[in-house]
Design a protein around this ligand. Structure first.
Ligand code: SAM
Length: 225
């Protein structure tokens, strides 16, 4: 049978070596980006670029979600914080890994995702409900640069907007043995995807995973305009 455009996009990410782990590959295939896009962007959903989702914001490119989901070393049962829900798509791919339908519900993890644009938080919530992730993903309207103290600490933290520096509350809300990913750098150029690992004693290690281009993180620990 002819492959769908989305299956071809996933194939390319496999060929490029960006997608490697069976659970991450399965999640990408299970959640085509199209379903989380506004009507007028759906025709472009399989292109490996960010796309506009309104309010000056974007849905991430498939390769970026693949890179982040691989680097996070996600496992069934983890509690994950995403800062920047956008359309809700990235959080749904994570839910497929940490709370797969074929695992007992008692073993499921949960994704908490925070969005600072109220209308986007509402759109993300609608998308998450419509696509059947309402019991695995919680969307909150607010300033995620301060983290989400109500549900902290987290096994994994990912920030999908570029911060001027690593916000201390996010580091504080990461569990020992936790991993955090955050783009750090100027508003338009020279951001690096930074991976922070906290060991069992709480010591931190920082690695640079390479150059990226994200929309700016706003809020208390974000960029000031
Ligand atoms: N993960 C999203 C998806 O799957 O569609 C894409 C995220 S988009 C690249 C970055 C998002 O971060 C935007 O929706 C933006 O409004 C949001 N954002 C920026 N600063 C924020 C903050 N301080 N707290 C929460 N969300 C923030």
């Amino acid at each position: 049978m002819e492959k769908t455009d989305w299956e071809k996009t996933v194939d390319n990410l496999l060929r490029e070596g960006i997608l490697r782990s069976p659970s991450v590959i399965k999640a990408m295939l299970a959640v085509p980006r199209k379903r989380f896009l506004p009507e007028d962007q759906r025709a472009y959903s399989a292109m490996d670029t960010p796309l506009p989702i309104g309010f000056g914001q974007t849905i991430s490119a498939p390769h970026m979600v693949a890179i982040m989901n691989e680097a996070l070393r996600l496992e069934v049962g983890q509690k994950v914080l995403e800062v920047g829900a956008g359309s809700g798509w990235h959080s749904a791919t994570i839910a497929e890994i940490i709370a797969p339908k074929d695992a007992p519900r008692s073993e499921w993890g949960h994704v908490y995702t925070v969005e600072i644009v109220q209308s986007l938080a509402e759109i993300a919530r609608k998308n998450i409900m419509n696509e059947g992730y309402g019991d695995r993903v919680t969307i909150t309207y607010g300033d995620g640069s301060k983290g989400y103290p109500a549900k902290a600490p987290f096994d994994r933290v990912l920030v999908t907007a570029a911060a001027p520096r690593v916000p201390q509350p996010l580091v504080d809300q990461l569990k020992p043995e936790g991993i955090m990913l955050i783009p750090v750098g100027s508003v338009l150029l020279f951001q690096n995807l930074v991976k922070i690992t906290k060991d069992s004693s709480g010591a931190l290690k920082e690695e640079n995973l390479g150059g990226v281009a994200f929309v700016p993180l706003t809020g208390e620990h974000g960029h000031k305009f």
